[in-house]
Design a protein around this ligand. Structure first.
Ligand code: DQQ
Length: 542
């Protein structure tokens, strides 16, 4: 950030200027990570002429900007090039499928391939002469058909993809099959659909391993019950990414999820986090997740800033041991940016106390904390059935005293706390079970008006009798990404302090509960600025 641009970030992906939304076609190819993104190269707002921006990286931390990869130029995409995905075909051949808005304003799916696959950065992309390769299905509205997934191979050697859609408010993931990526046939039934959920955007479908934090290539099928399949869909009506975990068979194209898609069910992130996409990273055998994090300020603010939109810090994503949910954790490459480590152990946080974390850049930081509670059998009672944890977090905000909690962090805070983003926990009990609530309270994050300061919240599925309650938070000028319970519950928020900027921004531990909590371990780092889309960056070609 700079005095004129206090909200630009240091280690979160964003273009040099103008509008960005969804991550598109992330992939690893010949030693280089590619990230494309929905972009309006001409202004700070979304536009009716959308492009694919393109950056490359050797480490997922520093990114070099390249020329626009896909631009609206042809009858099949003249009104915008919307989101899509990359697939690496056998023989190491990358291809992209993306949504074009055609000259009749219909959403159609198009194919693009590298002009020169020996260009290490794949700068130029050629659109197939056979585009569109998938037309709008009969009975689907012209603007309800988009966002092709990365393809996977079935047992029969055919490729499959999903495309998001809706019919009469039923969200649909249409399934297509092909042998050559040019000719696609519609499978008679969608992979999945759920009534009442509205259009599904940016579907993602991938295997996760049972009993391993490693990732799996998108084409890995279920061998000996070692794999489950995740279907993620973005609900446009709520701007939220929901996911299902289930069993998939390519033989009969059956997907049987174990959980239901309802508004209260599993989400990648319970804050601002949408249109995410994952890819398999063969270098470290992991699946990496990226998402668009929209602004919470006004359009007028975005015009004044000259830009809008961030991407979340890349996360590794895997299936929890209990197989009931996914777990996410910032990729380990963040350590390249760590400096000034501070830490302590076994420090008691008395009731109604505050402890400043000093010695790091509080406005650009990575903090990991473990909280240990004693006597939790005394926790207050709460029957969680029918409770919306987000509403509970705004009713029982960071200023409301409880027994166990609120305790956690005050990030991007002024010294006298006139501004503060509070990330905290509360612990309750119900019929011999413990309930951990995690909140991110933005209501006092800025003295500025005209910002969306919605408080977010979700339960964390851990047993505080068996394990400590952990919190990791990444702080970067105007974004706060928090991971509760080792990454079981994630909450991302955008904040725009007027005063808690740069050196004026402080970081505190706080406990406003009536019971003391023990900080069994704390580690925190300054996070250095990464080189993100700085024009003069020279790529190191090791
Ligand atoms: N944004 C894209 C669409 C997608 C939506 C357009 C999600 O392809 O459905 O920029 O943010």
């Amino acid at each position: 950030s700079s005095p004129e641009q206090p909200y630009r970030t240091a280690f979160h992906f964003q273009p040099p200027k103008n509008w960005m939304n969804d991550p598109n076609g992330p992939m690893y190819y010949n030693g280089v990570y590619h990230l494309f993104y929905q972009h309006n190269p001409f202004g700070p707002l979304f536009s009716n002429q959308m492009y694919w921006g393109h950056s490359v990286s050797h480490d997922l931390i520093n990114w070099t900007p390249l020329e626009l990869a896909i631009s609206p130029t042809q009858p099949f995409d003249i009104n915008s090039c919307w989101s899509g995905s990359a697939t690496i075909l056998p023989g190491n051949k990358p291809v992209i499928l993306y949504t074009g808005i055609d000259s009749n304003n219909r959403q159609v799916q198009n194919l693009a391939v590298p002009k020169n696959s020996s260009d290490p950065y794949l700068r130029e992309w050629v659109k197939s002469a056979t585009n569109p390769v998938i037309n709008l299905p009969n009975g689907i509205q012209h603007d309800d058909f988009r966002d092709p997934t990365t393809a996977w191979l079935g047992d029969d050697g055919k490729w499959r993809i999903l495309v998001g859609s809706q019919k009469d408010k039923t969200g649909i993931a249409f399934l297509y099959q092909s042998t050559d990526f040019e000719n696609w046939s519609t499978h008679e039934s969608p992979l999945h659909e759920v009534a009442g959920t509205g259009i599904w955007e940016c579907p993602d479908f991938f295997p996760v391993l049972v009993d391993s934090t490693n990732g799996a290539d998108t084409s890995v099928l279920n061998i000996n019950s070692r794999v489950k399949h995740v279907l993620k869909v973005g609900l446009f009506d709520y701007a939220r990414d929901y996911y299902l975990i289930g069993d998939y068979s390519s033989v009969n194209e059956q997907y049987v999820p174990q959980n239901e898609l309802t508004l209260g069910t599993l989400r990648y992130d319970y804050g601002k986090y949408y249109a995410s996409k994952s890819f398999f990273d063969p270098v470290k055998n992991r699946r990496i997740l990226m998402a668009w994090v929209n602004e919470s300020d006004s359009e007028a603010d975005d015009i004044a800033k000259g830009w809008s939109g961030l991407h979340s810090f890349p996360r590794s994503i895997w299936l929890d041991q209990n197989q009931k949910q996914l777990v996410q954790w910032p990729i380990e490459e963040i350590e390249m940016l760590h400096e000034n480590e501070v830490g302590f152990q076994n420090t008691n946080l008395e009731d109604a106390s505050l402890l400043e974390i000093e010695g790091i850049t509080a406005w650009q930081a990575d903090v990991m904390i473990s909280f240990k509670l004693t006597n939790i059998q005394e926790a207050e009672k709460l029957d969680p059935s029918g409770v919306d944890p987000q509403l509970l977090c705004s009713e029982m905000n960071a200023l409301k005293r409880g027994k166990f909690g609120p305790f956690g962090l005050l990030a991007l805070a002024t010294y006298e706390l006139s501004e503060q983003t509070a990330i905290f926990f509360r612990v309750f009990q119900n019929k011999g079970q413990y309930i951990v609530l995690m909140c991110s309270d933005q209501s006092r994050s800025s003295t500025r008006v005209g910002l969306d300061k919605t408080t977010y919240g979700a339960f964390v599925d851990i047993d505080p009798q068996q394990e400590e309650i952990s919190l990791r938070t990444l702080i970067d000028q105007s974004i706060v990404e928090s991971f509760g319970g080792g990454g079981k519950t994630c909450i991302t928020s955008r904040v725009y302090p007027a005063f808690a900027i740069g050196e004026q921004a402080k970081l505190f531990l706080f406990n406003y509960g009536r019971e003391s909590v023990m900080i069994s371990d704390l580690k925190a780092w300054s996070v250095k600025k990464a080189r993100i889309n700085i024009e003069e960056t020279v790529m190191c070609t090791d």
